[in-house]
Design a protein around this ligand. Structure first.
Ligand SMILES: Cc1ncc(COP(=O)(O)O)c(C=O)c1O
Length: 485
């Protein structure tokens, strides 16, 4: 029997029967139309199709090297090493696929391997326990609950300026970005922000709040969405010592940095921090499925999940066999190939290329930053005029958006940075062949040569498009699907 009229079959999608315009029309009609409209305006709305794991093409057959993926695509799109394993898993696996209330060999193996990996870097973690979920923000929610249960009577959770921990309410409360927070206030009470990298300010804040009243400090060892901000030497070590003195729980958010992206298994450990809780997500899913993990010291874990109360925190899908199997395989593939070392070595070359580009075009690029394969290009604002707060933010955002469009036109798919408005981020797959990575920087050089100053980003954008973007920014939501009919 076939599907009723108007329904779309898996066969239609698998056989690529939906054209690009039809895909967009459906997404506009039934999905996040406003976001896709904006992305489509600048030519990055897709849909995109895999040519190789590291190269994508659009419906017109235009190829781009993919260094986007927000650090969640460690081995490129549909990496054969993982897809081949998934095929084998589908054929052979007999373990229950959704073992919510029972033990599971896949979950057991991933729990053990994650703890052993962390303990290899930080021996005090050898008897940690793991809680699985299905996203980064959910791993943070879990971490916050573990910390609260461990420190009853405390009420403040500290995070840092430009931090990004996710968009569910708890994680959002610690993501001090007014654009994301303002519509949802009141947020979870007790969230406090202090300048990233400033140990003295943190110490003063803890003293002011009262050390016993502080539940936890949540820190990214390098800020990703904040625009690849590397803290000054000693900051994380000092943070660890300060919190340990007062029994404050330290949560290292390694969702973006962890498992090799920055050239280390755990960036916090590399910088001398021994956190109490580590959150992981993005690369564990190999860009194919969703795996989040909260790795917790035993004493803290037991406090939240003791005896009959061990069901106080749970979810339906965390720990599902397919997700765990993919997580286990990703970790294995990362370890067998020592991708953190590769990321470190290639990152040094990449950063040197960006630095040379910045030196050649200081009126285009204000700064470049990076560690491992987490790289950032911070643009000069397109207009050199002083503007009031909101307009300045808009100018910064427009600068990065239009730069991103032209980077795409130069043949490179890159990322915006959600909490650093004029920064474009490069997060190549850790296994990207070296010649392709060289081409990425060659193409970026060509992009920079086309617009030697940031003003050129604007003048090289067709005037009609600039007007459309301005209208998009200035007008309330509207039904845009019709423009595709
Ligand atoms: C450091 C960090 N924490 C948390 C998150 C949230 O993860 P997710 O988007 O999977 O919810 C992100 C996502 O970019 C992140 O970079």
């Amino acid at each position: 029997m076939s599907l009723p009229a108007g329904f779309i079959s898996t066969r239609d999608v698998l056989d690529e029967k939906l054209s690009g315009p039809e895909v967009r029309r459906l997404e506009f009609a039934y999905g996040n139309e406003e976001l896709l409209y904006g992305l489509d305006l600048i030519g990055v709305g897709g849909p995109f199709y895999r040519v190789t794991p590291w190269e994508l093409e659009d419906e017109r057959g235009v190829r781009r090297i993919n260094v986007s993926g927000y650090s969640a695509v460690p081995f490129g799109d549909m990496p054969p090493a993982i897809t081949g394993f998934i095929r084998e898993f589908m054929e052979k696996n007999r373990a229950m696929s959704l073992p919510q209330q029972s033990s599971s060999p896949w979950r057991a193996a991933l729990e053990a391997n994650l703890v052993r990996l962390l303990a290899r870097e930080l021996p005090s973690h050898s008897d940690d326990q793991v809680f699985f979920c299905s996203s980064g923000t959910e791993a943070i929610e879990g971490a916050l609950k573990f910390a609260r249960a461990y420190r009853p009577g405390s009420k403040y959770s500290i995070s840092f300026t430009s931090a990004y921990h996710g968009k569910t309410l708890g994680a959002l409360s610690l993501t001090p970005n007014p654009e994301y927070q303002d519509a949802f206030k009141p947020l979870v009470p007790g969230a406090v922000t202090t300048p990233y990298g400033d140990l003295r300010a943190l110490s003063t804040l803890i003293r002011r709040l009262g050390p016993d009243k502080v539940t936890c400090v949540v820190v990214e060892p390098i800020q990703g969405e904040g625009g690849v901000n590397i803290p000054p030497p000693g900051f994380l070590t000092g943070l660890g010592e300060l919190c340990a003195r007062h029994g404050i729980v330290v949560i290292a958010d390694e969702i973006q940095t962890g498992l090799g992206r920055t050239g280390h298994w755990f960036e916090s450990a590399a910088q001398g921090l021994d956190p109490d809780i580590v959150t992981l997500a993005k690369p564990l899913g190999a860009g194919l499925t969703a795996v989040g993990a909260t790795i917790v010291r035993r004493s803290i874990y037991k406090k939240m999940l003791p005896g009959l109360s061990s069901k106080r925190h749970s979810n339906t899908f965390g720990g599902g066999s397919l997700a765990m199997a993919v997580g286990l395989k990703s970790l294995e593939y990362l370890m067998e190939n020592d991708f953190p070392a590769r990321s470190r070595a290639l990152g040094e070359v990449g950063l040197a290329r960006l630095q040379a580009m910045q030196a050649r075009h200081p009126r285009l690029l204000e700064k470049v930053r990076g560690q491992g394969l987490l790289l950032a290009m911070q643009f000069q604002p397109m207009l050199g005029v002083p503007l009031p707060g909101a307009l300045k933010e808009l100018l910064f955002e427009a600068t990065a958006i239009l730069a991103l469009r032209q980077i795409h036109e130069a043949g490179v798919m890159a990322n915006l940075s959600l909490s650093s408005k004029r920064t474009v981020r490069l997060t190549p797959a850790l296994d990207m062949p070296e010649d392709l990575l060289t081409q990425v920087f060659d193409r970026l050089d060509a992009f920079a040569a086309r617009q030697p100053t940031s003003r050129h980003i604007l003048t090289n954008t067709p005037a009609g498009l600039t007007a459309q973007l301005a209208r998009y920014a200035a007008t309330p939501a509207r039904n845009r699907a019709r423009s595709y009919e």
